[in-house]
Design a protein around this ligand. Structure first.
Ligand SMILES: [Zn+2]
Length: 305
């Protein structure tokens, strides 16, 4: 296993260093790239990549595994949820990046050109960030390689799988969408919540990575039988027009009907000014758990059934 560092000279006073691992297998095969910490406080996913590479044996690998446990180094040190501290941008909306752009866009450019473009498969690990509850799911993008992306998602073993059509991309500029757009099968894998380092969420990612790597035959061993999954075709991301106190009345993973009450928004005096209801039936995959919601703030993600 080789420990390497990607140096980005344009960022910071002395350049930004991103540590990563390169594990060269003893036999030929594809290149599997793992990213975590694109959001720097999604600790369960970062922990999973750290642990996964530690236990890898090159004799059991065909091809190559590139593993970047912490992409967004400045966000990690700042304990910054969702955004890069230098410019306030969400790195996972900036891909494939721009060498002449702001901090996040330059970072995205280097991550894309140094790691993603050389991959045969990409897995970008995430979790719910500090103010965010989450039901585990995988997500893939409509593209010419989407059946291979769906296979990756199914092999990760989580019950809920989100397919995002290009027309209805709630998340543009993600690692997975930028990869899919250049023909690299890719998924976003989500397990963990609220910035917690909980063992179950880490193990969920580890089991997913192992089974995925076996399925694409980068890692020796038989994959598990294919799990039945629910493929959701797009979703609703509900926002609050006004700033206020958000009080959800549902939990992540809940199966909801059209019109069900999801929570309320109230003012500083406790007066409810909005009831938030399900616009159609679906499954609640993520939920803002912090009551502090600013104007146009995101409340939850409801996957269509
Ligand atoms: Zn994330």
């Amino acid at each position: 296993m080789n420990r390497r560092t990607l140096l980005i000279p344009e960022l910071g006073d002395d350049g930004l260093e991103i540590p990563y691992f390169e594990i060269e297998g003893k036999r030929d095969g594809p290149t599997l790239t793992l990213l975590a910490g694109v959001h720097g406080a999604e600790y369960a996913s970062i922990a999973a990549v750290r642990e996964f590479v530690r236990d890898l044996d090159p004799h059991k690998i065909s091809g190559r595994i590139i593993a970047v446990p912490l992409v967004n180094v400045p966000a990690f040190w700042a304990r910054s949820a969702f955004v890069v501290p230098a410019d306030g941008k969400n790195l996972n909306r900036c891909f494939p990046g721009d060498l002449n752009g702001t901090f996040a866009e330059v970072l995205a450019h280097h991550v894309f050109s140094s790691f993603i473009t050389h991959s045969d498969y990409l897995v970008d690990l995430h979790a719910g960030d500090i103010p965010e509850g989450l039901e585990p799911f995988t997500m893939f993008e409509e593209s010419r390689v989407e059946s291979a992306s769906l296979d990756l998602a199914v092999s990760y073993g989580l019950r809920h799988v989100m397919r995002q059509s290009i027309a209805a991309r709630t998340v543009a500029g993600s690692t997975a969408s930028a990869s899919a757009d250049i023909g690299i099968p890719s998924i976003t894998a989500e397990s963990g919540q609220n910035g917690l380092l909980d063992r179950i969420s880490i193990e969920t990612h580890l089991a997913g990575l192992q089974n995925l790597a076996r399925t694409i035959e980068v890692l020796d061993g038989d994959p598990l039988p294919k799990r039945q999954v629910i493929v959701h075709e797009g979703w609703h991301w509900l926002r609050s027009e006004r700033a206020g106190w958000w009080q959800p009345t549902v939990s992540t993973g809940a199966s909801l009907k059209s019109g069900d009450l999801l929570g309320t928004m109230s003012d500083v005096w406790g007066e409810v000014f909005a009831e938030v209801r399900a616009p159609e039936g679906g499954t609640l995959l993520f939920l803002t758990t912090s009551p502090a919601v600013s104007a146009d703030g995101l409340l939850l993600g409801l996957a269509k059934n």
